[in-house]
Design a protein around this ligand. Structure first.
Ligand code: AMP
Length: 286
């Protein structure tokens, strides 16, 4: 496995792969890798001749400077994990390598047909612009046949599908396939997340109530007379009743439009919870 840190090196090796007719799978990450990321990488290794993993804590998608500063980073450990599961290349640029000064401060707005106006988009203004800025740059640099994203960030996945299918990028990346990968959880049910590293042992125990409540809500949704609104509120109340947890939002929405729905059909519940100072997200399909 080779680690490259400049766009030039990356583009050269992509060009060489393309010349040899090799297929490329891309897994964009922000590092502090865990088995959730590993599941994406293993699929990319299986499906393609070459697997490129980017490890880049993208500053333009953080609207909270403290969150950016505290984001866990450990490239040596990441490289060890990636090498052990067969990744071919790791692209780990600095922010200055990735972006020009103008790009770093750019406030351009993509059109996401409203997908960015709810949930994460509403709570973190500009977040998805930053995500799409970095992902489109990575697509441009790596020219992947397939790119792998986790359902853990369900809204992000919906927005990336939108960007690839309906925006002007369809022409540029017409052949590109976005592969959705299921959430990987600890045996306890807690969704794996790089942010879990910031939880104390006690907070990690407390955080279990999040997934437990989501799973429990599948039963509530099947009860006679259950309404979306009532289940939504019960999830919020149940999690908020746990000392140390505070729900930022829980919304049951349609899986395609991400708009509020009054049926459990094709619905997904997306939650964001503060566990102490750490912001955790999870979701469940009904
Ligand atoms: P991140 O490094 O958090 O930006 O995540 C990189 C990719 O890994 C994203 O597509 C995430 O959705 C995915 N991912 C993160 N955690 C998990 C998980 N627990 N299960 C599956 N995919 C995940």
């Amino acid at each position: 496995m080779q680690i490259v840190s400049t766009k030039k090196e990356l583009q050269d090796l992509v060009k060489a792969c393309k010349t040899e007719g090799k297929t490329i799978g891309l897994v964009p990450t922000m590092g502090a890798l865990h088995q959730g990321h590993a599941s994406l990488v293993k699929r990319a290794v299986e499906d393609n001749d070459i697997c490129i993993v980017s490890v880049f804590v993208n500053p333009t998608q953080f609207n909270n400077k403290e969150d950016l500063a505290k984001y866990p980073r450990n490239i040596e450990r990441d490289a060890q994990l990636l090498s052990s599961i067969g990744a071919h290349y790791v692209f780990a640029p600095t922010p200055e390598e990735m972006y020009s000064k103008e790009e770093m401060n750019s406030t351009f707005n993509f059109d996401f047909a409203g997908l960015d106006r709810v949930m994460e988009g509403k709570m973190r203004p500009g977040h998805f612009n930053g995500v799409v800025q970095v992902v489109s740059k990575l697509f441009y640099l790596t020219q992947p046949d397939k790119a792998y994203f986790g359902e853990k960030d369900f809204q992000q996945l919906a927005i990336i599908h939108h960007m690839v299918e309906r925006s002007s990028m369809a022409g540029t990346f017409g052949h590109l396939q976005i592969i959705d990968c299921p959430i990987v959880r600890e045996e306890s049910g807690l969704a794996l997340s790089s942010r879990n590293e910031r939880l104390s042992a006690e907070e990690k125990e407390t955080a279990l109530a999040i997934s437990k409540t989501l799973f429990e809500s599948l039963k509530w949704a099947k009860m006679e007379g259950a309404t979306v609104q009532a289940v939504q509120q019960r999830v919020i109340d149940t999690i908020n009743a746990v000392p140390g947890l505070e729900v930022e939002y829980y919304e049951i929405v349609d899986q395609t439009t991400l708009l509020t729905t009054d049926t459990f059909n094709h619905a997904i519940g997306c939650v964001t919870v503060y566990c102490g100072p750490v912001r955790l997200i999870d979701n469940i399909k009904y």
